[in-house]
Design a protein around this ligand. Structure first.
Ligand SMILES: [Zn+2]
Length: 134
């Protein structure tokens, strides 16, 4: 077929997403995706060694100057939670569940599109053959 590529990490064949055909080097398995993420983070760190420098020390200094900030923030959040009505709590829960369902639907649509493109590739030659035969 020639449409499959070998995964950089597990060396198994996989079908790259059509939208990122040339760039995709890793299969979709969770283990390989983790490895890919890890090595791209490492590459970023090597390329930008100063990226994280100085950031935390600023935060640390600020936190030392405002030692009660986080404790107060937590207390405020707790108080806000207490003030919420049942319908507000339910609305938040509903929003959370709808968001997570939407994410799953999106993932399923991507799988469906991938399956559709695969079955289209397989079925087309057959369809051509049957239209030629009497
Ligand atoms: Zn892999």
């Amino acid at each position: 077929m020639g449409r499959k590529k070998k995964c950089k990490y597990c060396r198994k064949l996989f079908t790259p997403d059509r939208r990122v055909w040339n760039r995709q080097t890793t299969c979709c398995s969770a283990a390989c995706q983790r490895q890919r993420k890890k090595s791209s983070n490492q590459a970023f760190k090597e390329k930008n060694p100063d990226y994280w420098k100085g950031r935390y020390s600023d935060t640390k200094k600020w936190r030392e100057e405002n030692p009660d900030y986080q404790r107060k923030w937590r207390l405020e959040k707790k108080e806000e939670e207490k003030k919420k009505s049942l319908s507000e709590i339910q609305a938040e829960k509903a929003r959370y569940y709808i968001d997570s369902i939407e994410e799953k639907v999106k993932a399923l649509r991507e799988i469906q599109a991938e399956l559709f493109s695969q079955s289209f590739d397989i079925k087309r030659p057959k369809a051509l053959l049957s239209s030629q035969s009497p």
